[in-house]
Design a protein around this ligand. Structure first.
Ligand SMILES: *Cc1c(COP(=O)(O)O)cnc(C)c1O
Length: 383
């Protein structure tokens, strides 16, 4: 059997074709040379393929950015950004409430490569300024922290970075370009776990990263290719389909999250509710200034009780208990047994996290029915 690549036809499919091909043929030596020189066209899928390029362009459009790269996971995006931007001898400051694996990268992996790191409270620009060193190269921050939903002082951090010539790297996963236009705001590097809200269906693992400076953008893409952080064409294709409904999903989930936060706060067995849109949120004014009315789809609440009560709640409520976020359906996680399991009980308590604290990623369910589901389950176990 001799393989013959399909010939182009004069009609165009409406849906992006899934293109799993690892290699691309070219017409001849000069044509191949031209592909390498201009960077247009494809040669070998690890270097780039049509499904990743197409998805990257869609996310570029959402972020108002140019020439971003889609990679194999959100962590690949974080890794490519930091390895592309920094070298041995540099110092990176990260928010102390970063995503768990980002913390691990800063605490363990980058120091092994000779990159110094420290953590600081990014809700307080003075605390970050205190952590500066002469070799500080970059600050990595998430606008809304997990699961405390505290809001970073983005305006202060942007000023600090400009003043000292430091790169501002924003992990925009929680906020999404719909909640916070990180690139337009002035982030030097913007990145996403596409796995979460952008793809939205818990069936594709992907990341996205873009740098404002063209040379830095190229350096990051080169790291992604060389270190093998290539995205799977199938996942890109799934994510593209998910992205088509992203704006509607986000708006719906966000609206429901506000209603659910208020419904939870009305229940006696609930000792605290964290939601940036609520009056009692510690960063309410900053949330409004940065996010307008876009407070996101995440709600964190604590029940009055310990591990037994928390277990009973998970058994009673008819929702998925799963350590992810941004799915079409509502999911719940418990920081003590997932994202914050490495901390001591005292450290967790200092963040306001207790055995019966739950983080909810609100999905697409009918809002009243979802509020009811929580209310019934909480009253049933606390009664
Ligand atoms: C999930 C997540 C990541 C990592 O993304 P993966 O696609 O799971 O690798 C990074 N940052 C934040 C804020 C996340 O929620």
């Amino acid at each position: 059997m001799i393989r013959k690549p399909p010939r182009p036809v004069p009609t165009t499919p409406l849906v992006t074709p899934l293109m799993p091909s690892v290699v691309y043929t070219s017409e001849g030596l000069d044509a191949l040379d031209a592909i390498y020189k201009t960077g247009t066209g494809f040669t070998y899928a690890r270097e780039g393929h049509p499904n990743a390029s197409h998805l990257a362009q869609m996310i570029d459009h959402l972020e108002g950015a140019q020439d971003g790269t889609v990679v194999s996971s959100g962590m690949a995006a974080v890794s490519a950004a930091l390895i592309g931007a920094c070298q041995a001898g540099d110092h990176i400051i990260g928010s102390q409430e970063l995503y768990g694996r980002s913390l691990r990268l800063l605490n363990e992996d980058l120091p092994r490569l000779g990159i110094e790191t420290s953590l600081a409270d990014t809700t307080d620009v003075n605390a970050v300024a205190q952590a500066l060193k002469p070799n500080t190269k970059a600050i990595l921050v998430e606008v809304v922290a997990n699961p405390t939903l505290r809001i970073a002082d983005m305006v202060g951090l942007r000023g600090l970075c400009q003043e000292h010539g430091i790169l501002l790297i924003v992990d925009n996963t929680f906020t999404t370009p719909r909640g916070f236009a990180a690139h337009t705001f002035g982030a030097d590097i913007t990145l996403h776990s596409v796995t979460k809200l952008l793809a939205g269906h818990s069936d594709a693992t992907l990341g996205y990263v873009v740098a404002r400076n063209q040379d830095l953008n190229t350096a990051i893409r080169t790291v992604a290719v060389t270190w093998g952080m290539t995205a799977s064409p199938f996942d890109c294709w799934m994510a593209e389909r998910g992205l088509m409904t992203f704006a509607m999903r986000y708006d719906r989930a966000e609206q429901t999250a506000g209603l659910l936060a208020d419904a939870l706060a009305d229940l006696k067995p609930v000792t605290s509710v964290l939601y940036p849109g609520r009056k009692d949120h510690p960063d309410k004014a900053r949330a409004e200034a940065l996010l307008g009315t876009s407070f996101g789809n995440m709600v964190t609440f604590t029940l009055d009780g310990g591990r037994d009560l928390a277990n009973a709640f998970v058994r009673t409520i008819d929702l998925a208990f799963a350590p992810t976020l941004g799915d079409v359906s509502t999911t719940m996680s418990n920081p003590e047994t997932s994202s914050h399991r490495a901390l001591s009980p005292e450290q967790r308590a200092s963040l306001g996290l207790y055995p019966a604290t739950f983080r909810i990623s609100v999905g697409m369910e009918e809002p009243d029915a979802l509020c009811d589901t929580f209310t019934q389950a909480i009253l049933a176990i606390a009664g």
